[in-house]
Design a protein around this ligand. Structure first.
Ligand code: C5P
Length: 235
């Protein structure tokens, strides 16, 4: 299975994003473009970063009726991103439609992931506000199985749930996990965090790392530290 570190480019505009990427002269890290940057700069920012040689996870978390999601995914397929995602809560029919839309005429398809339950949602809110009468673990597991039934490649989940997802869906079903912090750092607003080394042990395939790299005094060194711990297992 591939293991890699994905840097969350949570910047407000093109200038800040490209100035950050300019620091990486020797290597081209895998990056994540989220809603903030995409809504600010549009598809051109995806093309520009792709042109610079980075692999891209376009994190737009689609959730709408199947026909709308299918058509939106068809547009995204033209951007040639490597990975993108949607909410599993949109149902299996929506996920199947998304996969169909994202598949190109030649049969190739970007890696499509489902968000199970956001890590910002806790079990109490899920039960009281969303009226989901199940444990967080069972909900995550069930949503992951739905995503697998729809033909998706994996899920975005907490590293604490990676082992559970692998157990339910098999070793080839991808787990992409945010909520990563170095052992000696602050958690910021993340509630449940894991170090890159622990995420490796937990079976994550990709870790998504934002502020521990983007806000570091030396982002290239922080990225290398993540790669050493997570990809090379040199903690
Ligand atoms: O700065 P930090 O490492 O906390 O950034 C984590 C990134 O992963 C952010 O872009 C955040 O939106 C994203 N993410 C997350 N939790 C999820 C899904 C996505 O933190 N459940």
């Amino acid at each position: 299975m591939p293991k890699d570190v994905i840097i969350a480019l949570d910047f407000e505009n093109r200038e800040k994003t490209l100035a950050f990427l300019d620091r990486f002269t020797a290597a081209k890290p895998y990056v994540k473009i989220g809603m903030e940057l995409f809504y600010a700069e549009g598809p051109d920012i995806v093309r520009e970063i792709k042109r610079r040689g980075h692999r891209i996870f376009l994190d737009l978390k689609l959730h709408d009726i199947p026909n709308t999601v299918k058509k939106a995914m068809k547009v995204l397929s033209g951007l040639d991103v490597d990975m993108t995602n949607l909410h599993a809560a949109g149902t299996i029919a929506m996920m199947e439609a998304a996969k169909e839309g994202l598949t190109k005429p030649d049969g190739t398809c970007a890696t499509l992931l489902a968000v199970t339950q956001l890590t910002s949602t806790d079990e109490a809110r899920m039960r009281e506000e969303l009226l989901i009468d199940a444990t967080m673990q069972d909900t995550v597991k069930h949503y992951a199985q739905n995503a697998q039934k729809a033909g998706l490649s994996g899920v975005v989940c907490s590293p604490l749930e990676a082992a559970l997802v692998k157990e339910a869906c098999g070793p080839d079903f991808l787990t992409v996990t945010p909520g990563i912090r170095f052992a000696d750092a602050a958690a910021d607003d993340q509630r449940r965090v894991m170090t890159p080394a622990k995420a490796r042990e937990a079976g994550s395939d990709y870790i998504v790392v934002g502020r521990p790299i983007t806000a570091a005094p030396d982002p290239v060194a922080a990225w290398e530290r993540c790669v050493n711990e997570f990809v090379k297992g040199e903690a």
